[in-house]
Design a protein around this ligand. Structure first.
Ligand SMILES: O=C(O)C(=O)C[C@]1(C(=O)O)C=C[C@@H](O)C=C1
Length: 135
């Protein structure tokens, strides 16, 4: 195996590696690495499943908020609430050992998407049924 000074295989500089293609390798060390990655990938798949299910629940809840905001004539955004959320998520990330920047990116994604959906609901006169999750 050709390795560089920092221990990476020389071809690790390529853009992508189809690891499944190495499952039948004759090299036991390579086989061991591929097996370990496969085990970790099973956990990653479970985690992704949970995250997507939780995101679905979050967007269902925010759609209800969007419908209520439209009914009350409230704007899509509430910056005071967003600040509180960011503060809380920063603390949660720190306690969990997660890079705070990832928590910030997550919050930015969900809140931006939620506000876009709130506006769509308001344009439809407060009908959350306009969103795909209720279709
Ligand atoms: O709590 C609200 O007011 C929401 O509309 C939900 C939400 C969010 O996605 O958490 C979205 C937009 C607001 O600016 C703040 C929070």
């Amino acid at each position: 195996m050709t390795t560089t000074e920092d221990g990476w295989r020389a071809d690790a500089r390529e853009e992508a590696t189809d690891i499944d293609a190495f499952a039948q390798s004759d090299d036991p060390q390579m086989q061991h690495i591929v097996e370990r990655i496969d085990t970790l990938r099973a956990s990653i798949d479970n985690i992704d499943m949970a995250i997507v299910a939780l995101l679905a629940e979050r967007f269902k809840a925010t759609a209800q908020v969007g419908a209520l905001k439209a009914r009350a004539g409230f704007a899509a955004a509430d910056y005071a609430r967003e600040e509180q959320q960011m503060e809380r998520l920063r603390l949660v990330a720190q306690a969990a050992g997660l890079d705070v920047e990832i928590a910030e990116q997550y919050r930015e994604f969900v809140v931006t998407e939620t506000k876009r959906r709130h506006r769509r609901i308001a344009e439809q006169g407060g009908d959350a049924g306009v969103l795909d999750i209720f279709a």
